[in-house]
Design a protein around this ligand. Structure first.
Ligand code: PMP
Length: 351
């Protein structure tokens, strides 16, 4: 069905934050083996174009509710980008100053977007990894009396995926089969929160968790050591730098630990992020759907699951963000800015 007329959304919104969530699940028509149906949940429909808008909103609103965040107080967070962009949107809309700590290795457009949204971005050396970003944010919070969002430990993270993302999936697949749900993890908020819902409402749905093939933290079976405040004591031995921005930090986050402890996934599959990038480009060119490296990698995992899935299986794949967030990264490296021979010939034919 193509919509040619509309009655609008049937509501006026009082703030951009009210538009977070309710992202569409869209069928793929030219991707994956023909004996299955594949759907993608397109998180780029969120106002700042990623799944992390959800957690950003809930971390701020949960802290407003319990009084740990006071009007005008500065918010600080360590993030690889999407959480910072989401927080920058929420903080701008609600009037909180925001300071982000981010490893210098993440994409330039992420820093500039956050600064455009009014946030300050403190870059940390890439050798210090995710833990360096985290410790810098923690020190700034302690020294200045700021509110530390702590997405890796904050219960408000998985909670919002339980109350929104998971509920949306159950509502949209009401009366329809749902055999597999495929996702990756960064903090683990998405998998833990959605799985709480799927395990009770759709117990037959298999949950497949994907992680970088050169950073198989869960696949290794090695437990994460933690401090008393739930933060990691150090890098996990199975971690290596990988190309999937936003996925698998160098430690197993506390939020993800609930998912591990409660057996919230039926299978963990390693994926090659470079191959995931090729799938992201396939998705753009064949389905008209723009996603980033994590979305491409999740989709590649889902296609591999699909190949051995029974006839008629229905598979839902999370697409956490948009491809536009990666213009300066290897995702777009092979895409030329200049005309190729065919384009030059087309131009020449008009002269
Ligand atoms: N993909 C991207 C691009 C992300 O930024 C994130 C969040 N860091 C994820 C996937 C994973 O989401 P979650 O933190 O809920 O596990």
């Amino acid at each position: 069905m193509t919509i040619y007329s509309t009655t609008g959304r049937g509501a006026l919104y009082n703030s951009i934050v009210e538009t977070v969530g309710d992202t569409p699940c869209v069928k793929l028509n030219r991707t994956g083996p023909p004996h299955v149906s594949m759907y993608v949940k397109v998180e780029s429909f969120n106002p700042l174009a990623s799944v992390k808008d959800r957690l950003a909103l809930n971390i701020i609103e949960a802290a407003e509710r319990d009084g740990t965040l006071t009007p005008g107080q500065t918010v600080v967070e360590a993030t690889s980008g999407n959480t910072g962009i989401g927080l920058a949107m929420v903080c701008a809309a609600k009037g909180y100053p925001l300071v982000i700590t981010m490893a210098e290795s993440f994409s330039i457009e992420r820093r500039r977007l956050m600064r455009f949204l009014g946030a300050k971005v403190v870059l940390t050396p890439k050798e210090e990894r995710g833990i360096g970003m985290y410790n810098t944010a923690k020190k700034l919070a302690e020294d200045n009396g700021w509110f530390f969002a702590r997405q890796f430990e904050n219960a408000a993270n998985a909670d919002i995926h339980e109350s929104t993302t998971g509920r949306e999936i159950v509502a949209d697949f009401k009366g329809t089969a749902l055999d597999y749900w495929v996702t990756g993890y960064g903090t683990g908020g998405t998998v833990t929160g959605v799985a709480r819902v799927l395990r009770s409402e759709r117990p037959d749905c298999k949950i497949v968790l994907s992680e970088p093939h050169n950073a198989t933290l869960i696949g290794s079976g090695v437990a994460q050591e933690r401090n008393t405040d739930d933060s990691p004591t150090g890098s996990h031995p199975a971690w290596e730098p990988h190309v999937i921005q936003g996925w698998t930090p160098d430690f197993i986050p506390k939020v993800l630990q609930e998912g591990i402890d409660r057996s919230f996934f039926d299978e963990v599959r390693p994926v090659d992020g470079t191959k995931g990038m090729a799938i992201a480009q396939h998705l753009a060119a064949n389905e008209g759907i723009l996603t980033g490296v994590s979305g491409g990698s999740t989709l590649l995992t889902a296609i591999e699951v699909a190949e051995s899935a029974p006839e008629g299986s229905v598979i839902l794949v999370m697409l956490p963000d948009t491809g536009e967030r990666y213009l300066s990264t290897p995702l777009f490296e092979a895409i030329p800015a200049e005309m190729n021979d065919e384009e030059l010939a087309l131009f020449a034919s008009t002269r």
